[in-house]
Ligand binder design. Sequence first.
Ligand code: ADP
Ligand code: ZN
Ligand code: ZN
Length: 724
Amino acid sequence: MASDYSANIIKVALDIPVPALFDYLAKEADIGDIGARAIVPFGAKKLTGVVLGISENTDIPVERLKSAEFVFRDIPPLSGKLLDLFRFCSAYYHQPIGQVVLNALPARLKAQRPVEIKRPRHFSLTEAGQHANVRGRQMKSLIDRLNESSGLSEAEIRKTYPAQALKKLLSLGLVDEIPGKALPLSISPSPQLTLEQAHAVARILDEKGKFQPWLLYGITGSGKTEVYLQVIARILEAGQQVLFLVPEINLTPHLENLFAARFPNTGIVSLHSGLSDTERLQGWLMAQSGEAGIVLGTRLAVFTPLPNPGLIIVDEEHDASFKQQEGLRYSARDVAVFRAKQEAVPVVLGSATPSLESYRSAKTGRYGLLELRHRAIQSASLPRVRYIDLRQEKRKSGLSEKLIAAISVRLNRGEQSMVFLNRRGYSPAMICRACSWTPSCPRCTSRLVLHLKLGRLRCHYCGFVEKIPPACPECGNLDLKPVGHGTQRIESELGSLFPDARILRIDRDSIRKKHDWLGMLDKIRSGDADILIGTQLLAKGHDFPNLTLVGILNSDASLFSSDFRASERLFALLTQVSGRAGRAGSPGEVLIQTEYKDHPLYRALEHHDFDAIAAMLLDERSAAGFPPYVHQALIRAEAPALDKAMDFLEKIRSAASKIAQGVTIFDPAAASMIRLGNMERAHILFQSASRIRLQNFLDELLSNLDPAASRAVKWHIDVDPLEF
Ligand code: ADP
Ligand code: ZN
Ligand code: ZN
């Protein structure tokens, strides 16, 4: 009976690599179910999807139209704005809409059962409670605590008091649950802003309530965080929400504490990969209901529902971790800017070393430019950067005598030192001194990385592991020596040089869990470590008050990289690492071991002159026709044999050349690492000075793709790629 179907066809987004919605019959569904989850049959399986539309019509023949199993009404549906954001990402990154939508949902919402919303509860004293005289130490103390505050959350109470204490006071009518959701906003005292900070805060607030992108370009230690905090305070006062994105999960606990201390009554949700499914779900729901005033998270948090956003902040905006490198290859920073536009709110991108993309946008006036050129604490000056010329200095396991002497001076003064290893484009390996053989991965073309402690060689790209061979497989030589200097080798070398020093190694291997990391941070801050050895992890945004020396090893490797972004990244990294030294009163020193001490990048670093290096790099990029002067997209293909991947890309090229107006098409090329996990990889690059041209070109190219050819290989598209 056809009439049964009227207005009851739901169009569902599913996590299927097909750029389409799927139609199902759903009798009771109505327009209010757009944005709700639904369980639908798909082949032999049942899938959870999201309803994106409702209609009376479908192109599916009636006899093939299946019924949806269930439409969820356990939580409010996704808002129209959020669905628009997904549609934008689907179009811009050329990913099927269903995969975009499902990628953004917490795992529990993709499961096939309803979820329960757990509202955080808050309590305060009743009229009677304010004058009550109770027995029992616990209850007395709780009443005192409640008397001092305008209310406490259940979680806060349960930290100190047993469940019965609260229960008893409730039953006595001395305590009551605060109706509604939130406690009144409370803002703890904040420091007097510097002139530069005050200026930045005022300018952002002047443009509150409309779309305005800002680049907050402030040297390390200039107090960008305080600028954020004071702007956030005004947004919270206006009853709006703040979305705060950071590149690294390790930065969230520190900021979470900072926010909680400044805004004790504000709901703060921290969303990152370290959460359990339930924690992530409840945080997401608090954001969706508006109970969370601040949503803090790594890149995926850019898709968090926010009914009432007032501000988006992207801290360390230059960081490559904002770009997802698989599946939906989105840049959370760029999506944040789009979202701010959609929501008509300001977005603040903060960095000491902005991406050249954002820097140029600020210089050309597309973004507002806010500069902090001085450190916030008067007595803290920028560290002195000096170079140790490796062409003249003797080295011991990678450490020059000058660096060792400098560490020794710090040890005698009771100050901290850090030895920083640049891991990009560099890794410790093994070499045969007789024939120069080095072990490489049998599955990739990459060199294997040596892990001495484990006695293993490991491939950092495909995960291959093998034992260190007892002798050279080429010439039989027994004298296999490590080359390069991994964190573990430096650790053992420093250990034998300074047997009494407390040495702390910080890398991905030594901090598997969030807890280890917090413990280590505490150790560093409280002065329980003398020498820190670390990689990228140590560079980002942490305050180490007692650190006065930073030694940098292996940074030369990035100077001559084939990756056109290597210099930009090296400068950002070295600036950040240098910024760790000498923050609170004691001047810092940075010693860089190099064979190229006169390189312009090192010269600029010595003078803390990001503008100089940015100008130089932008000139290079402009001359070479690289981003930010052009926009790029990459199609990558992989197959068991390179030929196959290249064949596919050749087909793409010939199709592309027919429609390429204002778009440059490059030759298909093997990837810099050809073999990865038993597959061989290649790519083809497209670029255009016009983003819209490039987008239109990609639309046309992909819609005309030969389906047979595209099934022969594994391939994907990467818009605004960062890796080649
Ligand atoms: P950035 O993020 O720009 O590198 P931070 O926000 O970490 O800098 O600030 C550096 C230090 O300066 C921190 O210890 C911070 O508490 C302090 N600070 C920031 N602003 C002020 C201010 N207005 N008055 C006093 N101290 C400040
Ligand atoms: Zn050999
Ligand atoms: Zn490998």
